[in-house]
Every structure is written in C-alpha cells, then in structure tokens.
Design a binder for this molecule. Structure first.
Ligand code: WT7
Length: 651
C-alpha cells in the first residue's frame, strides 16, 4: 500500500457500533463474546470440541489437537465424519428439508432453486456417477466450471464419496489447467460446454481439450450442458467424454456418505506464491468443516430466514468456505450468480438483491470501488431494504469505499464485516462480529475465536506495526502443500523457528487494539482480489523467445487495488514494438489467464541491479509510483534508473 493510502487508513478514527436492534438478536452478543473468546484461547481443545460436536460424526475423535508432528497439526484424530452429510443430510429431518438451499441466477436471467432435499438428490446422483466412472476415495477430481449449481453439487458429490476436489477458476488458461491437472494427477475433469459472461459464450470444453492434450492421468471428462435445449457445439471424445445429464440418467438418488477420517484430504486449491510454481493447498475434513461452520455462523450471524449472497467464484477459497460449505453447514439459503456485475447493465447486482430479497451480502473491495465509480443511480433504482449485514474480503478496503458501502448499500443500518483470511487459513481469521464490534472503516478489527495473532518484527519481538503472525493452530489451517511438505514448513513456519504461522502480510495494531492489514510483504500482488505471484509472471515472460529478463511489480490501482507493471528487457537484436507488447500480453493470457495480463509492459534496455546482480524492485516501485528515488548507491549501473524513469513517464 502506498504512503498516502496508509496515512488515510491510519488516521481513520470513526467508529460504527451495531444498532441495538441488530445486537439484541445476534448469535454472539457483547456479553457472550468475552467469555467465549477467553475460553477459545485458554482452553482451545474444549472450545473446539464443543463446536465440532454440533456437527455429525460417525465416530467421535480420540484427541482434539495432536501437535506431535508440528507444524503438521492434526485435529479430531480418530474421528470419522462426512462434510457433505453435514451440509445436507443433517438438515433433512426437520423443517429445513424443503427449504431453499441454493438459489441460482444465470446471467441470461434463467434461474433455479434447489431445496435441501433437491440438493440431496442431485449430489447423490452426481456421486453415483463418479463411482460409475471408477472414482474412489482419495482420487483427485478437477473442476473447470462456470458458476452453475453443478459446481456446488459436484464438489459436494466428491466430498460424499471421499474423492478430493480441486476447482480451477474458469478464467485460467489451458496451460494453467494442464499444470494443475498434472500436479494433482487428476483422474476426472468436470467442465461444461460453455458459460455466459457479459452476454458472450465462453467455450470452456474447448479449453479443457487443449489442456488435456498429451495428459495421461485423466481417464474421463464430464461435460455439464449449460446450453438450454441443444448443447453448445463442442467436441465429444468417444470413450473419454460423457454428458453429465446422460451419465446421471436413472442413477439412484441415494448414495451412502463415506466415513472419512478427520484428517482425510477434502480438497486441494492452487494458489500463487513467491516462486514460479503455484502450490496446491491441502485442506482436511474434520477441522475445516468445524472452522467453516463456526465462522459462517457468527461472522454472518446466519438466521433461518436469511438469503445469503457471497459473490465470490467457487474457483477461489471464498467460494469454497462461504458460498458452499460454511452456509450449508449452517442450513442457510445461499444465492449463487453466474455472470458479471455489469450485465446487462451496472445495476445487475442490485436487481438480484431486490429480486430475491437478499439479506446478507459478501463481496470484494474491488467490486465496491467499481460500483462507486458507476454511480449512485444504480443502487438507488432498486429496493435494497432487505439487506441487514454486509461483508468484504480479499484486500484492504479503503475508508472511502467502506463509507460508500455503508451509506449507499447498507443505508447506514447494516454492520459491515471486513474479514481478513487466506486460502491457507481455510476460514476467516480477523473480523468484527456484527452484533458486538464497533467497526472502524478499513480495519478488520479483532481475531475470531481461537485465533491468537501477534505483530512481530523480523527478529520475533512484538511491535505495533510489522509482520502479521498467528500463534496457535486453529482447526481450519491448511495441512500442507500437495507433494511438497518442505515448502509448507519453509514458507509458513520457518520465520520464527516454527512457533508462529506467517501469512505474508504486513499489519498494524492501533491504540484500541484494532488490527489493520496493510497488504503483502512478499512478492505477491493482489489484483482485484486475485493473488498473482510476480515470480510466476516473470518466468512466463522469459519463456517467450523475445525476452531476456523481466521484473514485475504491483502498483496501486484505483479499482483493482493493485495493478501489475512488467519491465522487460529484450534479447539482442529484438526491437521493441507495440506489436511485440501485444504479443507478450497474449502470451501471458495463454500461459496463465487474461486476469494476469499487466496494465503496462515497459521495454527497457536494462534493469536496476545491485552489484551482486539482484534486481532492485523497490526502485522499480519508486519509479512506477513517481516517488523520489531512494538510495541508488548500491546500483551496479546508476544510469539505468534515469533511463527507466524517462521511459516510464513517456510511455
Ligand atoms: C490475501 C489472501 C481470503 C479470501 C480471498 C483471498 C489479502 C484478504 C483481506 C482483508 C486486507 C486482505 C491478504 C491475504 N486479504 N482479505 N479483509 N483485508 N487484506 O484469498 O487469494 O488466499 O489471498 O488477500 O493479503 O494474504 P487469497
């Protein structure tokens, strides 16, 4: 975050307390909060055991927390359970049986409502279809689907039979799909004939076909028909590809839930880090379900009559924990929308809120900033009075956007929960509790139950401003990186001798004890809430035949939070042209996905390096942000910088 923004955040002293009306019915009240938090820290095992017993276990656990192989923590060892059973079957015996579990709206305006019993039937048929293809417990199943009900149904089907799901966001390119499918050795890939985005048809199956060229591990591909009536044209490979609707035709609607060990892998989700290769984050069954359940329950104060809408794609962790698992574990009604927020016009989200009387709305700061820019006339056209709670996630929210959200969307009556967490944490870690916490715009306030954060300096001493860290393990924590246990230890646990989890973020704590997360301190850039490793992009650039070297940095961006700027030096004899710039942009889209294409690609004869050859990114950031240049005396060739600066300003 740049200095100006940091300044505005840290001088933010306004406080917004929940109304008495909200607080009086909230799941956690100011009275219960202190006692619960204290218990969760002083006796975490007793606290989490109580929470876990609210869910169904086939066999109870022997130990709540086993730290013997730290940092590979084990929660609820010896117990067996099934998260799909807990999301669905657990609600079938009471009044929730015929309650809406999932309300889905397609971009063209088509819609579907699935009750808990409908979900039971569809998940079981899908599970039986997977079994029919020979999918067994522990097998990996990759999803490359748009936001349609079958994505939620499909991952629950995997969970039901103990297969490991891994959702690949549908904006990723064929190359990215291939990398992930190979890393996880997926047996089955599930995709669709197409998907709607801003009125255009995206042909997902074609992308999967390209991705799977020469890939041996995948034996079957399931194609969900998104097209109404006739499917969209796509190639169907005899023997490998199956239409979903044909596959499930006539299959039984019952499928026994597999008794999963608490530590059995539930899913893998790939995320970017500081090296060139995305890592497969492992989440477990028993701990993850317990954490997703409790965080969803208290942070969103879920009530039986709520219509809860999380706008995140299931391709990211937010969609896993707070569109599918967390709310369903609580028996809530979840809304899912397929398309863009500005199709057919900028009022689409508010039209949906009015149409389904959404009461809880969870989105990202980047979306809020876009709504602000589009103007107040859009939300003003719709009745948003059903809303009672708002949330944000994915990046720091600037106070201006927070205030706009509070006034224009929340009508100053909805608490706002700014939730800080990560793919790796499984669930929300720092957050206000809506009936308890007076919020400050831009602050994610306080730790959730069982979370014990500290702000440390590099040497491990506590400070008010420095590196965010977490002291105690919590049930939702990742269990490792797929195929690379050492990298798990090195990335997250090595900084302070294995005593603290290091998330990679910088943070401050103010005089009232409020946490302010300021952004990444490593080479990870957060573009519209999408995490992009600069090393990953740099390695894509140098793969291109024209490029000798590249350095990618994150810069502040009005809407996206951060944008990417790439500095590229070309090989001898290659000329910098606008065409080459376009080609490189296309190359990034092909290798990773369109969302990773930098805002600017700047060709430069050289990059600023220290005498030992290390690229000085700090200087590149100074140049990009038009700041006075810091110390350049360590540069091997100081003239590089003035050339670059000239280039940057002229471009
Ligand atoms: C990174 C994690 C967690 C779901 C979405 C992103 C940043 C996330 C906040 C917030 C400030 C935030 C952090 C974090 N981040 N939420 N409320 N305030 N920063 O998941 O892709 O794993 O990214 O997003 O930098 O480390 P992710």
């Amino acid at each position: 975050m740049d200095d100006k923004k940091l300044d505005s955040v840290l001088h933010e002293n306004r406080q917004f307390a929940p109304s008495e009306e909200f607080a009086s019915t909230a799941s956690v009240t100011p009275e219960s909060y202190k006692e619960l938090y204290q218990k969760s820290i002083q006796d975490p095992e007793a606290f989490w055991a109580d929470v876990a017993s609210e869910l169904h276990w086939f066999k109870p656990w022997d130990t709540v927390l086993d730290e013997s192989e730290k940092p590979f923590f084990k929660w609820f060892s010896g117990g067996t359970t099934n998260i799909a059973y807990n999301c669905i079957d657990r609600h079938l015996d009471g009044p929730s049986r015929n309650k809406a579990a999932l309300i889905w709206e397609g971009e063209p305006g088509d819609s579907r409502v699935l009750t808990y019993f409908d979900l039971y039937r569809e998940v079981n048929q899908f599970a039986n279809a997977l079994k029919k293809l020979g999918v067994q417990k522990g097998d990996r199943v990759a999803f490359y689907l748009p936001m349609i009900p079958e994505l939620a149904i499909g991952i629950l089907a995997c969970a039901r039979i103990g297969a490991v799901h891994s959702v690949i966001f549908a904006g990723f390119s064929a190359d990215s799909i291939r990398d992930r499918v190979l890393d996880m050795e997926a047996k089955v890939v599930i995709t669709s004939d197409g998907s709607w985005r801003r009125g255009k048809l995206l042909t997902l199956k074609n992308t999967v076909d390209t991705a799977l060229e020469g890939v041996d591990c995948v034996s079957d591909v399931i194609i969900v028909k998104r097209g109404q009536g006739e499917p969209f044209p796509c190639h169907v490979q005899e023997g490998r590809d199956h239409w979903y609707h044909r596959l499930i035709d006539g299959l039984p609607i019952h499928c026994e839930a597999s008794e999963q060990e608490a530590e059995d892998m539930l899913f893998l989700l790939y995320t970017s880090g500081t090296t060139g290769k995305p890592k497969g984050i492992i989440h477990s069954t028993g701990g993850y379900q317990t954490y997703a359940y409790l965080t969803a329950k208290h942070v969103f104060d879920l009530k039986p009559e709520d219509v809860y809408w999380c706008t995140a794609d299931i391709g990211w962790i937010t969609g896993h924990s707070y569109l599918v698992y967390g709310p369903l574990l609580n028996g809530a009604t979840c809304l899912m929308y397929e398309g863009a927020p500005n199709y057919p016009d900028n009022g689409r989200f508010w039209e949906i809120v009015e149409k389904y009387a959404v009461s809880i709305f969870y989105t990202a700061p980047t979306a809020i900033r876009a709504f602000m820019k589009w103007g107040d006339q859009w939300p003003e056209k719709y009745d948003l009075s059903s809303l009672r709670l708002l949330g944000t996630v994915g990046e720091p929210i600037n106070p201006e956007a927070w205030i706009w959200y509070n006034e224009k969307i929340g009508a100053e009556k909805c608490p706002i929960v700014d939730t800080w967490w990560q793919t790796e944490t499984g669930g929300i870690m720092l957050t206000p509790l809506p009936g308890v916490t007076p919020t400050k715009p831009g602050s994610c306030c306080h730790p959730f139950f069982g979370v014990d954060p500290a702000i440390l300096q590099e040497d491990g001493t506590e400070t008010d401003g420095g590196l965010l860290s977490i002291r105690k393990p919590w049930p939702g924590i990742m269990r490792g990186i797929y195929g690379d246990p050492e990298r798990f230890k090195a990335t997250y646990w090595s900084k302070w001798d294995g005593e603290y989890y290091f998330p990679g973020d910088g943070a401050k704590k103010d005089e009232d004890g409020y946490f302010w997360v300021l952004g990444r301190v490593d080479d990870v850039v957060n573009v519209s809430g999408h995490r992009i490793g600069t090393a990953e992009l740099e390695s894509v650039f140098v793969e291109h035949e024209a490029t000798a070297e590249s350095a990618v940095i994150g810069v502040p961006h009005e809407i996206k939070g951060q944008g990417l700027v790439a500095f590229v030096t070309l090989k001898e004899g290659v000329t910098a042209t606008p065409e080459l710039e376009k080609e490189l942009a296309g190359f990034v889209a092909q290798k990773i996905g369109k969302f990773a294409v930098p805002e600017r690609i700047i060709f430069s004869a050289d990059l600023p390096k220290t005498r030992s050859g290390k690229i000085m990114r700090r200087l590149l950031r100074d140049i990009a942000e038009g700041r006075a240049l810091g110390n350049v005396t360590t540069l091997a060739d100081p003239s590089v910088v003035s050339d670059l600066q000239k280039h940057y300003e002229e471009d």
